[in-house]
Design a binder for this molecule. Sequence first.
Ligand code: ADP
Length: 451
Amino acid sequence: MQPSWVRELWYAAAVAAVLLLIGWIGGHPALFVLLGVAAYLGWHLFNLARLQRWLQGREKAQLPVAPGVWGDVFDELHRMQARNRKRKQKLARILIRFQEAASALPDATVVLSTTGEIEWFNDAAQHLLGLRWPDDAGRRIVNLVRHPEFINYLGAGDYSKTVELPSPCAADVRLTALIVPYGEQNRLLVARDVTRLHRLEQMRRDFVANVSHELRTPLTVVNGFLESLNEDASECPPQWTRSLQLMKQQTTRMKNIVNDLLMLSRLETDQRASAQNDVAVPDLLEAIVTEARALSGERAHSIHLDADPTLWLRGNEDELRSAFSNLIFNAVQYTPARGEIHVRWYGDAQGAHLAVRDTGEGIAAHHLPRLTERFYRVDTGRSRQSGGTGLGLAIVKHVLNRHGAQLRIHSELGKGSTFTCDFPVSSKTQRQGEARSAERVYRDINPVFRA
Ligand code: ADP
């Protein structure tokens, strides 16, 4: 089929020929042709005006009907309009289906604009986050979910982890919130109800804390009796001596496990370190190193301490003491006699660091990711024999978390290990006035020292 403009050309030529013929018969060919061209132009302008009116009135008005090329143009526009309408309806149906699916999600889902204003949210967001539609649309999410940790999380821009917070509309409901960035700087907030998990976790913590607490008294009594029996060993039958020693050793181990478990439950109950003070880390390390030398005893490790005397740390002294002594005492436990242990405390642009390096047995790479799990031991027999509880590094990890710090472990089998604690710049402080004497810190030290 010919294109419509070719047909139109033929019509125009035919009309011009007829007019020319009539004009020639009438004796005024030019006048007739001129009149014909004017009428033809007028017809085009008229249809152009109808098209413009239709376009200005958008697609609501009926498309005009016309013969010839204009009829084809209007028909084509009509078909385009129908296709667009269908596509729009299809998209609208898909959008509705998506919205229905998102609305039916049990997790609160909130679409946030680049600047953090609420654009859309589902039903779950209404009862989990207390949002109201349409009143809260366009409002900033931080004005409605005001929990400080959530505000920090949203502002920090690192969305690789979730944040836990109480629901703004029901204090006993616990939520974990996750921000999912998408598109051009848009963000999706997904909040999940974890109340049940939180309660279970709480029950587990309480259970461990209660059991540990309950075990403490009978253990102290048994330990006390065993101590007296060991002191008066001469009065006991000789075949008992070995048994009494073993019993004493095992009760001491149990006491250490109970103490470590209690310490862990205490660390777990609160996310942040309590009682933040300026801690004289160099003095603290000096005292721990003195303890470590005593622990090393006849194994005669050479233990070196290199600490920046002016570098202090903002934190909880008891917790830091526990973490640092765990690392330094581990180095002593897992380094053969006469091995070397270097303890270095230094600061740089990244923050403050404690590196404990030993020339011990080292740890195979596949153990490293699991080392800070509770009761995880590389060599179970060896750890038990040395009085280890398997909880030391778990305590270290918790303490460091509470101080915004990280633990790095580098180890090579047969060559030794380096445990490094990296504290953020914000934790660094300077020595204040007279530094406390190492002797005082030594007196303060808690009995983390293991028998
Ligand atoms: P434990 O009380 O058994 O020492 P930790 O949690 O302190 O428990 O350590 C976990 C395990 O990591 C230990 O059992 C030991 O196998 C290994 N480990 C810890 N520190 C060192 C080290 N400095 N050198 C070699 N192995 C180590």
